[in-house]
Design a protein around this ligand. Structure first.
Ligand code: GDP
Length: 312
């Protein structure tokens, strides 16, 4: 595949995914991002879509890269005032970010769907890449811990992931309908990428939406996953803990066992080359390179590698 020709769809979460999305957009003009919605959350009557916003802000060059969320140099006056009113303020939201949540919530209340709102949002932020929520219906990733069942945001942000994970549920998946545009984009692409996002809380909820897994199984040969783990550790965040809780080996091999029905290719770090044979036994082709994206150059290098090296 030549870089100028590649039509790519990437199924994406937030902080890990946005780096590869940016790299791809720098390398080929035809990228569609299908976004997770499982970590969307209602707070103060506002509807937040952290994964969609991270991709929009990332492509608009507004993302606060150090934090991995929100708008850079944002102020926090709204949150400070909520504190004065005695509200909980564990979910950090900057003033400009709050405007995004507010306008989205108003549009939803006026009957517009999430896909349309996201399209409108991209126009306002001058993002030309198509970003499609996997579904317009409500899907909620919930974590069961030793302290009880809670929304993913509560587990990870409010309680800082400190309780032992006992299980993960995707509430609403069985009734959710995928956005037809997302399915069409996957169908029509040369390559479909499962971003290096959390396999249980970013990519997992999307695979549980009816019709998505079915489509991926059909097009498996052109699907490539990028590992969010090097060795037995996630590059960041709780992916390893979630995999362990689900009884899955915390390694790129474990990831391959999760995805092997929907993907025929995986990109792992060169350090994990020794795992390739075990992965190939799952009927998954293995490509190794440097998968850590600490700089824009590294994002583009990984994107180029995928476009040029993965043979589908
Ligand atoms: P979040 O879970 O909402 O923060 O967002 P994502 O699921 O998109 O990102 C988290 C995942 O990205 C984690 O599992 C990380 O291990 C992975 N990740 C973060 N940075 C990198 C990177 O530079 N390279 C790779 N391969 N994975 C990364």
């Amino acid at each position: 595949m030549r870089s100028g020709d590649a039509v790519i769809t990437i199924l994406a979460g937030g902080t890990g995914s946005v780096k590869l999305v940016r790299g791809l957009v720098g390398k080929t003009g035809d990228v569609t991002v299908v976004s997770n919605v499982g970590d969307n959350y209602w707070l103060y009557g506002l509807y937040m879509c952290p994964d969609i916003d991270t991709i929009v802000y990332g492509l608009a060059d507004l993302l606060d890269y150090d934090r991995g969320w929100g708008i850079k140099k944002d102020t926090f006056n709204f949150l400070r005032q909520m504190e004065v009113f005695g509200e909980e303020t564990w979910f950090r939201m900057g003033d400009r970010d709050t405007a995004t949540h507010l306008i989205r919530t108003n549009m939803l209340k006026n009957g517009r769907n999430l896909a349309d709102i996201t399209k409108w949002m991209c126009e306002r932020f001058a993002v030309s890449t198509r970003i499609i929520p996997i579904t317009d219906n409500s899907v909620e990733t919930r974590i069961t811990t030793s302290k009880g069942d809670m929304h993913l945001q509560e587990f990870w942000v409010k309680y800082r992931g400190r309780d032992k994970v006992e299980g993960i549920q995707y509430v609403g998946c069985e009734k959710a309908r995928p956005n037809p545009e997302a399915i069409n984009a996957m169908h029509d692409s040369d390559l479909v990428i499962l971003a290096p996002g959390n396999p249980l809380t970013s990519i997992g909820p999307m695979l549980q939406v009816k019709g998505v897994r079915k489509e991926l199984v059909k097009i498996r040969k052109k699907v490539v996953a990028v590992s969010p783990l090097i060795g037995d550790s996630a590059v960041s965040g709780p992916a390893g803990d979630y995999m362990a809780a689900a009884g899955i080996e915390t390694s790129p091999y474990g990831l391959a066992t999760m995805y092997s029905d929907v993907c025929a290719n995986i990109v792992i770090d060169t350090k994990d080359r020794a795992m390739a044979k075990r992965i190939r036994n799952l009927d998954v082709q293995v490509y190794d390179t440097r998968i850590l994206m600490r700089t824009k150059a590294a994002e583009q290098a990984l994107a180029s590698f995928i476009i040029k090296q993965v043979r589908v």
